[in-house]
Design a protein around this ligand. Structure first.
Ligand SMILES: [Zn+2]
Length: 561
């Protein structure tokens, strides 16, 4: 009898929590439609799961691609709490100060009471935040603030920590949202050590509030390391949405195929290519502006100058520029007053300009994660957009020196002839991979799906060209080494002086080709000391009609010592 009663109680508790859950879901959907001003809007895959997990007090790792409404995942529950007069602030950690202003503006538009705490925040606003967080020890009403944005470094500010400690002691911290959570992972491509403190802060500062970790991209290894580094609880939920962006068309341009004569010719042709991409975009979307990513500050300046000379209206954005210049660049770009911004990869993180019609990488990125994330800043409005990656063999060699493991994947992507979309998705363990076509069901095909023949021709031409370049370079070095050896010997010079150019030549032997790479030139075997001193190999000697004086003096005892 008693056990019947107990199971009836349990069943009614289950019913009650089901009712509560469906009530929450209905309320969240109502808020979503109000925010998007669309009566038929619905949640994207993973969004609702991520919101309800944290509302039930569970940790959640959300893997939602750019444009899938990542921020709504913490904004909507905060709005719901405010609507129900439930106290509690969600602390949102974002990596960049430049994101804070943008986030606040969007919250303001949605009618959410949000503030940002950073070194750039006005002192009177800091006071308001502090007062608000410390409110309600007595009257239980709690803070009116629903979202508090900050950076991981600003979260270490003693004044903010003291106020947050009061709020959490009063039970007024609802959640800790960690945006761009891949920054916590040493496997991630944007590792930020300050993120590592968040794990302890959740328990010691924020009263064990649930963590909502958000990222657009993570391989399985990154996903596991985010969970470990943030100390997500064992029962944490992983809310995942497909990373596919149907409206993005990925293309690769092998620079070697552009222009004649290599060097400047190639570069000028690449500039013309960017100009054409930009003009085509402006013709259909005058308000739009593109992004050109370069790897370093100096490169940004140089590329911007090249594009400006070719008639494009561009701004430069990187950390070496003054605040005023950055503000102007951002405003002009956001307003579509210019053609493009030339920037390092930090630009665009969290900036929500929906109509970016094209993104170009001036050189290969250091990882496919980076490529996905940066090119994902195009087409957030869902309209067709281009993602163009320019690369040549020399640049691929350069990134290989930075991180061989990641560069190998970028190399395979650049030299590949199969679907780019499939290649990117399979990197994140999604889709069939292995050369399958993934573009058929999407709005915009990649270059390989659009015309695989053209991609194959481009690769063959680029490989022939880079082989020729490498052979020419080796010929030049061989000749220089021989000439130096001859010079040293003729002048009765040191034997070591004769060896120097030969040693340099040995060091310059071509880098090992990637496993997926095209045919490669045979590895160059540096001449032995003896052969070098003797005028190198017979064929070279014959070609150059050169007889080394060492040959005559090989038996000279003075030279043997
Ligand atoms: Zn494709």
């Amino acid at each position: 009898m008693a056990s019947d009663e107990a199971s009836r109680d349990e069943a009614s508790r289950d019913d009650a929590s089901r009712d509560e859950a469906s009530h929450d879901e209905a309320s969240l959907l109502r808020l979503l439609r109000a925010v998007l001003e669309c009566d038929t809007a619905n949640f994207r895959p993973g969004q609702l799961e991520a919101m309800t997990a944290v509302m039930r007090g569970r940790d959640c790792l959300s893997l939602l691609p750019t444009g899938a409404g990542k921020s709504l995942v913490y904004v909507l529950p905060a709005m719901l709490r405010a609507e129900r007069n439930a106290p509690g602030v969600t602390v949102v950690v974002t990596p960049l100060l430049s994101l804070l202003a943008d986030q606040l503006r969007r919250c303001d538009e949605m009618g959410v009471d949000a503030e940002a705490w950073s070194g750039a925040t006005d002192p009177t606003r800091l006071e308001r935040i502090e007062r608000d967080l410390r409110a309600a020890a007595a009257d239980d009403e709690g803070p009116t603030l629903t979202l508090l944005f900050t950076t991981p470094e600003s979260l270490q500010t003693p004044r903010l920590r003291a106020a947050l400690r009061v709020a959490s002691d009063n039970g007024h911290v609802a959640a800790l949202a960690v945006d761009e959570a891949h920054c916590v992972s040493q496997w991630g491509h944007d590792f930020r050590p300050a993120y590592l403190a968040l794990k302890d802060d959740r328990d010691e500062l924020l009263g064990g509030a649930p963590i909502q970790a958000l990222t657009a991209t993570a391989t399985r290894a990154t996903e596991a390391s985010i969970a470990a580094a943030l100390g997500l609880r064992r029962d944490h939920v992983v809310a995942r949405s497909s990373l596919n962006r149907a409206n993005l068309g990925h293309e690769v341009v092998r620079r070697e195929c552009l222009g004649d004569g290599g060097g400047d010719g190639e570069e000028r042709a690449a500039v013309d290519h960017v100009v054409a991409v930009s003009r085509a975009a402006k013709a259909t979307a005058p308000e739009s502006a593109g992004i050109v990513y370069a790897r370093e500050r100096g490169e940004c300046e140089r590329v911007a100058e090249l594009l400006a000379t070719a008639g494009m209206d561009v701004e430069v954005f990187h950390a070496g520029r003054s605040k005023e210049s950055l503000r102007r660049a951002l405003a002009n770009w956001a307003g579509g007053d210019i053609d493009a911004v030339v920037a390092t990869v930090a630009f665009g993180m969290g900036i929500d300009k929906p109509d970016v019609r094209w993104v170009a990488h001036w050189g290969p990125p250091t990882s496919l994660e980076g490529l996905y994330q940066e090119s994902g800043r195009a087409g957030r409005d869902g309209k067709p957009s281009r993602c163009v990656l320019y690369a040549d063999a020399g640049e691929l060699d350069k990134i290989r020196k930075l991180d061989p493991g990641r560069a190998e994947k970028v190399d395979a992507y650049v030299r590949g002839t199969s679907c780019r979309r499939a290649a990117l998705l399979s990197h994140f363990d999604e889709g069939a991979g292995g050369g399958a076509r993934a573009c058929d069901e999407n709005d915009v095909p990649c270059d390989a799906c659009a015309d695989v023949g053209a991609v194959k021709r481009m690769n063959a031409a680029a490989d022939r060209k880079s082989d020729r370049d490498a052979e020419r370079k080796l010929d030049e070095m061989r000749a220089a080494a021989e000439a130096a050896a001859e010079e040293a010997m003729r002048g009765g010079g040191r034997e070591s002086a004769a060896r120097e150019p030969v040693a340099k030549l040995a060091a310059a032997k071509p880098a090992a080709a990637p496993p997926t790479g095209p045919r490669r030139i045979p590895a160059f075997r540096p001449p032995t000391r003896r052969a070098a001193a003797a005028g190198a190999s017979a064929d070279v000697a014959a070609k150059r009609k050169f007889v080394c004086p060492m040959k005559k003096s090989a038996d000279d005892p003075a030279k043997r010592r």
